[in-house]
Write a protein that binds this ligand. Structure first.
Ligand code: SF4
Ligand code: SF4
Length: 369
């Protein structure tokens, strides 16, 4: 029996893969060399992308302001590192059973691979990595929305994407033109607590645009420094944990002008940071919840993708622009948002000491300052 696109899609469905797209590798011929599937796998003929849905309910805890773990666990880390790769692996093996080589590709950032020198003269540095969204756009699995988040016709932005490259030639799916699902409604822009997504058709920040096959695709030039600062919890507007453990920290992320890497360094160092002189604290973490969830799950996500996924989803559901619809609306109550600045400065010199002693020994610190 020959491997066909129809057979592959039937297998994907049987495995529980929610979305699949197939693109011929020539669609990516204009890709920069370090992001090209042909650099990664010179004999590649076909790019396959697949997606699994993020459960809509995994956002509920943050929407209500009552629970955060589900978001990190089910919307991000376990979906990206366990649930989806398991099915990518099974589909990879299915392709190889037909005698074609199949390369599952984990979309990790190239900046963490740790080597910069080419292995031999004439070779490229081993830092090649593919953009899951761009690969997925080239397979017709959906489109990159204005928010830069990938939107599928079934689930809108509620997906995590995997990739397989193969030397099998398969019938490709058509590329979806920009605007097939995203109607430039602007909800992602107004609801993003980091002010990371530019207004649609903004003159001074033109869209990013690329050629994929016969289609010219474009999306908003998202400020990844602001997004990362917010997503990883340094934006007071969306993090009760930051407010609790660093109450005077009042960085206005919406005005920040950092690179994504700077934001990563800052957020991860703070999340993993310790300070051994915190009176009465459960441990020596700088921010207790960040260190806990990062140690437990290997990741920490705080924003709840309020603009780029939740608001977008709400907009797409309301105009029935996607197929996976629900009996109840996503937002039933007014959304919470926290102030950036504290009402007044908390503490004078050492907040944890002052709070601890005042609680345990009222009056003991009289005349200290
Ligand atoms: S993750 Fe949060 S901060 Fe980043 S773009 Fe989405 S809504 Fe904005
Ligand atoms: S909210 Fe979604 S549909 Fe609306 S502009 Fe943003 S990406 Fe497009």
């Amino acid at each position: 029996m020959e491997l066909t696109s129809k057979l592959l899609k039937e297998k994907a469905r049987e495995l529980g893969i929610d979305c699949i797209g197939i693109g011929s590798v020539d669609r990516y011929k204009d890709a920069p060399v370090m992001f090209s599937p042909l650099t990664l796998y010179p004999d590649c003929k076909t790019v396959i992308t697949l997606a699994m849905r993020i459960p809509r309910g995994s956002y509920r805890g943050i929407i209500e302001g009552t629970h955060w773990h589900n978001y990190t666990f089910y919307s991000y880390n376990r979906l990206n590192t366990i649930f989806r790769p398991r099915l990518t692996y099974a589909l990879t093996c299915f392709i190889e059973d037909f005698g074609w080589e199949a390369m599952p590709h984990y979309p990790g950032g190239p900046e963490v691979s740790g080597r910069l020198e080419p292995l031999a003269p004439g070779k490229l540095p081993p830092e090649v990595a593919l953009s899951a969204r761009i690969m997925a756009a080239g397979t017709g699995m959906g489109e990159i929305g204005h928010s830069k988040v990938f939107l599928t016709p079934e689930f809108g932005p509620r997906v995590r994407i995997g990739m397989i490259l193969t030397d099998a030639e398969l019938e490709p799916d058509p590329v979806l033109p920009t605007g097939t699902i995203c109607n430039s409604c602007g909800r992602c822009v107004t609801d993003c607590p980091g002010n990371a997504i530019p207004r649609t058709r903004e003159q001074d920040r033109p869209d990013v645009s690329i050629q994929v096959g016969s289609e010219k695709l474009h999306w908003g030039d998202v400020d990844m420094g602001r997004c990362t600062l917010t997503h990883h919890g340094l934006n007071n507007r969306i993090s009760p944990f930051l407010k609790k453990d660093l109450p005077n920290f009042a960085l206005d992320v919406t005005e920040a002008d950092m690179t994504e890497e700077e934001a990563y360094m800052l957020t991860h160092v703070i999340a993993g940071g310790t300070w051994g002189r915190k009176f009465g604290a459960p441990d020596d973490s700088m921010i207790h919840y960040y260190r806990y969830i990062r140690g437990h799950v290997g990741y920490f996500a705080l924003c709840g993708a309020r603009g780029c996924i939740c608001a977008c989803m709400d907009s797409l559901e309301k105009r029935k622009a996607i197929r996976n619809l629900f009996k109840n609306p996503l937002f039933k109550r007014k959304l919470w948002i926290l102030p950036v600045k504290p009402d007044q400065k908390a503490g004078r010199l050492n907040l944890s000491r002052e709070t601890y002693l005042d609680k345990r020994y009222p009056g003991l610190r009289e005349r200290e300052y």
